[in-house]
Ligand binder design. Sequence first.
Ligand SMILES: Cc1ncc(COP(=O)(O)O)c(C=O)c1O
Length: 390
Amino acid sequence: MAKQIEQSTLGVRAGTARSQFNEHSEALYLTSSFVFENAAQAAERFTGGDGGNVYSRFTNPTVTMFQDRLAALEGAGACVATASGMSAILAAAMALLKAGDHVVCSNAVFGATVQLYVTILSRFGIETTFVSPTRIEDWQRALRPNTKLLFLETPSNPLGEISDIAALAAVAKQAAAVLVVDNALCTPALQRPLEFGADLVIHSATKYLDGQGRVLGGAVLGAKGPLMDGVFGFLRTAGPSLSPFNAWVALKGMETLELRMLAQSGRALDLARWLEGQPKVARVHYPGLASHPQHALAMRQQRAAGALVSFEVKGGKDTAWKVIDSTRLISITGNLGDVKTTITHPATTTHGRITPEARAAAGITDGLVRVAVGLEALSDLQADLERGLG
Ligand SMILES: Cc1ncc(COP(=O)(O)O)c(C=O)c1O
């Protein structure tokens, strides 16, 4: 049997397509359209006949390299790149759903994902039920005859709750629904949801795929076939396409993906262990800690626990804001997935737009602080947080 190519090799090599100039580094094709040899070829291309490029809303060689590299890493047959993570989530929904359909969604997904289902898709007759990311029986109970899509994010942001992908894939299968997993926080370097039975994987390339906080991007991945054809059809018509420049940046980002994910996860684990010993910290949420309720599942499903650490401080919002405002090194920003460590107060930023009831249901307390750990030295991160925790 042929040896399977390793993730680290795929991250550096997969998808590369050289031009006639034989460049070593992948080329950036910054062009909106492509030229045809003659009218007959133009006609053929417009029918999709020979698979050649027509217009960068549909396909572009740099975007194709990004898609092929990510597909290789996720073990997917097809990948459609999108302008952002949110447009990837929208594209999957638009390809799968119609008026009268029902969605079951984890209540611990990114705030804008909740907004998409609750305030936008609801206007088109699509109803969503939110359930606990960890209680499988709640997903089962929420199913209806018209349930078409199950959506989750694991680990969740910011609490790092772990959903059992294989168990939820079985629930989806039994309901003849599609299981969509947002894998932005783990990336394929740490977790490959398709191997556990997920039908589609979502990425915000804005996060770890780029890895240096430069560009927005996203992707939907799955098996080759009608589902992914539907995603591409939506993209081609509606146009939330990935810019070739952003694709190029994220493509080069993927070359260091595995290294970064393992190093940042290691740093996060060390920081989480240290935070557990701080007197002003009431609780640390990190799936890599033995104290985490789904630690065993996380270690079965993931190669490492990821770079997101959240902790609850004693004293609620005032102490949480003090910790954040006392930092000098760590960046106060809502983004994550960067090699620069970031800190945020979820209750008033990333989750500020959802209702207090929904926030409480999702376990986002006023004392919660989220740190997305980068590549700075552990001792410097500790010193920066110690100032506010002192
Ligand atoms: C898990 C997750 N999914 C999706 C998104 C949305 O991605 P984007 O900002 O690229 O639209 C985010 C953004 O923070 C996220 O954290």
